[in-house]
Design a protein around this ligand. Structure first.
Ligand code: GLU
Length: 511
């Protein structure tokens, strides 16, 4: 069947959005764009007990930060299927649950919490799986066991009830998953899920299926944790007479802990020091704060790229993809079945790659901030600052590291790398440094080729090889053992500062 591609990301506003959820949103987005389809955001807030204030706004802000923009739905402007928040769609669901009741696919249940607890205790005692199913339902208070007039009386009386799905007994439910192939579940492993409650609110299962149907969703792309719900959803499509428009199911592999054993959790992030949320999140109940990718200094392009590669591969060695390239290359066939291990070093590597690709001007604001914080009394023109950005960006993983790596462009070193000094300093060095000062002073143009030539002359004169001295010379100028090309650093510092630094190092180190 040729069908317009329409996919949705359907989070529940129960807290911060985990990066696994972000990846689900991203794959939906890529798939929609690739196929000239629609991508919508639907908020699944039927479980009011789990509602967390601010979570919905957090989800939308995260997606916008990453450029995962929807065509329709919450946060992106209503489309033809509004409203897109399930609590606002409440009146729509009743007709469908009534249809199921009338056709005998659902039933009223009036069991109290104590009744349910009693059933569980009884079944546990006889070592049977404690669930409300084709067998247990015959012993409970529901419209299948009660006389019709009592059911009517209870309903008229306003007694609390739920409507449960009447699972067929011992039936194989087969369906196709785009990533996992044909799957089969036996209803004996499942239970009669609650679809609707007497407060008029549907549960996740009913609302999800009804909305996917009404919103003409062609593919349900979601996390693997929803796979056990899929057979129930398939049965709901069947019982509601919608089998011919049932969406294609696509269950994405889990994001795993770095060690590979189990789902990546917030605790792994806390334990190993990396974010599992896109943005900073303050839990409104506990006030507990969790760091996010954005506030940790990750660039949105890097996060998109790394998440795209966690569970999908292009079939080539290419690792760096812009969003446009991902859209072009993305296919569900290349999504893997097995879970993807989160790799913190890879995440950092991605950020580094994107920082290297940044324009120097894009780094300028970070440098301005760093200067304001560390040496507000000093002033440098942007031309100088841009050159610093250019040299330093090769060395940093996060914008905020620009000061750590580049402070010697603004202030004299306070300390000198001890390891290098111990290894490289000897009695010949003071004379060599002195010669460098003389030669540099005499240079008509202080550019890096001239500086290098003068440096070579000084080395030859003192009988020292370049390899031995270069790192020590770097430490004299910058204090640290590594960094951008040294003669370019000297050129940027300028003749006077370079000479001053050499003199300063001779004094401080030889003492
Ligand atoms: N509301 C579900 C969630 O929180 C959506 C699952 C689905 O996509 O069907 O992830």
């Amino acid at each position: 069947m040729d069908r317009r591609v329409r996919v949705r990301f359907a989070p529940s506003p129960t807290g911060a959005l985990h990066i696994g959820g972000v990846r689900t949103a991203l794959y939906n987005y890529l798939f929609a764009k690739k196929n000239n389809g629609d991508f919508l955001i639907r908020i699944e807030d039927t479980d009011q007990g789990r509602f967390v204030p601010g979570a919905e706004e957090y989800i939308i802000e995260s997606l916008k930060w990453l450029g995962i923009n929807a065509n329709e739905g919450i946060g992106f402007g209503d489309g033809p299927y509004a409203p897109y928040r399930q609590s606002e769609r409440k009146p729509m669901y009743k007709a469908y649950v009534m249809q199921l009741l009338e056709a005998g696919h659902a039933y009223y249940a009036f069991d109290t919490l104590e009744d349910l607890e009693g059933m569980r205790e009884r079944l546990k005692a006889s070592n049977v799986d404690a669930k409300y199913d084709a067998i247990t339902r015959t012993t409970m208070k529901n419209s299948l066991t009660m006389p019709e007039d009592e059911v009517t009386r209870r309903l008229e009386n306003g007694d609390a009830f739920v409507i449960r799905f009447k699972l067929p007994r011992k039936e194989e439910v087969k369906f196709h998953d785009e990533i996992r192939g044909w799957l089969s579940f036996n209803t004996s492993q499942m239970d009669d899920k609650v679809l609707f409650k007497s407060d008029g609110m549907p549960t996740y299962h009913l609302a999800n299926v009804v909305d996917d149907y009404l919103m003409k969703i062609s593919h349900v792309i979601r996390g693997e944790e929803w796979l056990p719900s899929a057979p129930l959803h398939v049965l709901l499509y069947r019982c509601l007479g919608w089998e011919d428009v049932m969406p294609v199911f696509v269950h994405l592999p889990l994001l795993l802990k770095p060690e590979g054993n189990g789902k990546l959790s917030k605790r792994d992030g806390d334990r190993l020091g990396f974010p599992v949320f896109p943005l900073k999140w303050v839990d409104p109940n506990t006030q507990e704060t969790s760091v996010g990718y954005r506030d940790s200094g990750y660039l949105p392009e890097a996060v998109v790229n790394l998440l795209a590669m966690l569970g999908w591969n292009p079939g080539t060695n290419q690792e760096i993809f812009s969003m446009a390239e991902l859209i072009e290359k993305f296919t569900l066939e290349r999504v893997s079945k097995s879970g993807a291990k989160f790799d913190q070093n890879k995440a950092r590597w991605y950020n580094q790659q994107y920082i290297h690709k940044m324009d120097d001007t894009d780094l300028l604001p970070s440098l301005h901030t760093a200067l304001q914080t560390n040496c507000p009394e000093l002033h440098f023109d942007d031309q100088y600052l841009l050159k610093v950005c250019h040299l330093v960006k090769e060395k940093i993983t996060f914008n905020k590291e620009i000061w750590d790596y580049g402070q010697y462009f603004f202030i004299d070193p306070k300390n000198y790398d001890e390891g290098v000094i111990k290894k490289r300093w000897n009695e010949k060095i003071p004379a060599l440094l002195n010669d460098l000062v003389q030669l540099f002073s005499a240079l008509p143009a202080f550019d890096h080729p001239n500086i290098e030539t003068a440096y070579e002359v000084a080395l030859n004169k003192n009988g020292i090889t370049g390899k031995d001295f270069l790192q020590l010379f770097r430490v004299c100028l910058t204090g640290v053992a590594g960094g951008p090309p040294l003669f370019e650093i000297a050129e940027l510092l300028g003749k006077q500062i370079t000479i001053n630094r050499i003199k300063l190092a001779s004094e401080k180190i030889s003492i």
